[in-house]
Design a protein around this ligand. Structure first.
Ligand code: OOG
Ligand code: NI
Length: 465
């Protein structure tokens, strides 16, 4: 088979993302309502803010906005995680970043599978936050053995999906017909199953240890537990949710509202209680609560310095609050966040000058216009000053550990706020994954560097920046 017949992995990802969205809409109708609300809100925001529209046109985000979403799954074993990695690789998705949630009381560690190059992200920014259960954090040995034994019996992949993954690895790609089969077979792994793989008594034991353990262990596969559309104004969507019959969590995770959004702000609606059938039961006698909806607003990707400042200000605001953010203190928390984040510059030029965020650079029409050699600025600052080069922030493509813990917890019940003493263990995670995770900061730096190199090329300069 010749390479020319292979489908671009980004096209498979786009197809898969849209199939996943259709499946989740059918499974969880409230997700469809959320999509409609987000689409309405985004249209309103864009109509009311010409400069934002222009900004999103420069970066191309305007084209990917409505197809933008992330999902999340939780797997139980190293074999499941490494096969998931190979499955996502077929669609051009690679593991980026390491997130330790143990310290926040959730016995998992995670990565995000996504495209890594800006051109691929532009075709489909679909990402999946993927967590591996850390059975070693469970102290009850008998329960740990029970969970491991149950997990050892299941195969979360269809035989055809496994075969197509292997074929793709061996041949270097999939043709259109195989890609289509792959998308529908891969989707099976993420489907909701009403029948549990355990008895009601076993479920209760797992659940009694941690709701998350029951969610990972008691079912046939790692059902997608939420899908998250991207909004341009999360506060507006949050405020409008109740009017559409959706109850949001009390606190928006992440940075406060700003003129120039940074990183990621997220909120979710509470997980739904759904009927399930346990082994040995008939009808739908039991229930399980796992699946929810979420929205996100993405802002500028921060440099190591910007991220350190963000982490410090967030920590301070949470220390000021003195307790976990909750319904009861939501307003006070928002005020404290706002106060602390006054120390974070709120304009893109200021963030750029201070080296806090990553940017993409573009040559403007003025920059492309013919001019005499001696009239041409030669360095980046002068080119920006002269209006020959324009810059826009790079959008943050990843996740935030404190926010992710908040999202987990809002769906696990607020009594779950214990902390696992064990430290984060990226090495063990990567051993289970069968690969190293990408450093997300290096990816942003590369995108920024490529855009500067392209500007230099267009301007006939050796280098820029
Ligand atoms: C994942 C929670 C984290 C996010 O957007 O930060 C997450 C999960 O509940 O499995 O999705
Ligand atoms: Ni999420």
């Amino acid at each position: 088979m010749s390479t020319r017949e292979f489908v671009d992995p980004s096209a498979i990802r786009a197809q898969f993302s849209s199939a996943m969205s259709a499946m989740y809409r059918a499974e969880v109708p409230l997700y469809g309502d959320l999509l409609a609300l987000v689409a309405d809100t985004n249209a309103g925001v864009l109509a009311g803010c010409a400069s934002l529209r222009q900004q999103l046109e420069w970066t191309g985000e305007i084209e990917r906005l409505s197809m933008e979403r992330h999902g999340a799954i939780r797997v139980g074993t190293a074999e499941e995680l490494s096969t998931i990695r190979r499955l996502f690789a077929v669609m051009g998705m690679q593991p980026v970043g390491y997130y330790d949630l143990g310290s926040a009381g959730v016995p998992v560690h995670s990565t995000a599978f996504r495209a890594v190059h800006e051109a691929e992200l532009q075709v489909s920014p679909f990402r999946v936050f993927t967590s591996l259960l850390r059975l070693e954090l469970i102290e009850d040995e008998a329960l740990r053995d029970l969970a491991a034994a149950i997990l050892a019996k299941r195969d979360i992949f269809t035989p055809r999906a496994r075969a197509l993954i292997a074929q793709c690895e061996a041949e270097g790609g999939l043709n259109a017909a195989d890609a289509e089969v792959f998308v529908s077979e891969a989707l099976e792994t993420f489907r909701w199953h009403t029948e549990a793989t355990v008895s009601a008594a076993e479920y209760d034991r797992l659940h009694g240890q941690h709701r998350l353990i029951a969610d990972v262990v008691a079912f046939k596969g790692p059902h997608i537990n939420h899908l998250t559309p991207r909004t341009l104004d999360i506060d507006q969507v949050q405020a409008a949710m109740p009017g559409r019959g959706i109850t949001p969590k009390a606190v928006v995770e992440g940075p406060p509202r700003r003129q120039c959004p940074i990183l990621l702000r997220q909120t979710s609606f509470k997980a739904l209680q759904e009927p399930v059938v346990f082994v040995g039961q008939s009808g739908t006698a039991g229930s399980h609560t796992a699946r929810f909806g979420e929205i996100e607003q993405r802002g500028a990707a921060l440099t190591p310095a910007g991220r350190a400042l963000y982490d410090r200000l967030l920590d301070q605001a949470r220390e000021d609050l003195g307790e976990f953010p909750s319904e009861a203190n939501a307003q006070r928390y928002a005020d404290l966040l706002g106060q602390r984040f006054e120390a974070f510059p709120d304009s893109y030029p200021a963030m750029r000058r201070a080296g806090l965020a990553y940017f993409r650079y573009f040559v403007t029409d003025a920059g492309k216009a013919p001019r005499r050699e001696e009239d041409r600025p030669l360095d980046l600052e002068a080119l920006i000053e002269a209006g020959h080069v324009h810059f826009e922030p790079l959008v943050y493509e990843d996740f935030l550990p404190v926010s992710a813990a908040g999202i987990f917890q809002s769906n696990l019940g607020d009594d779950a706020q214990v902390s696992y003493a064990a430290t984060s263990n990226q090495q063990a995670f990567q051993a289970a994954l069968g690969a190293a995770v990408h450093d997300e900061l290096a990816l942003y730096a590369e995108t920024q560097r490529r855009s500067l190199a392209e500007c230099a090329r267009l301007l006939g300069l050796e280098s820029l920046g």
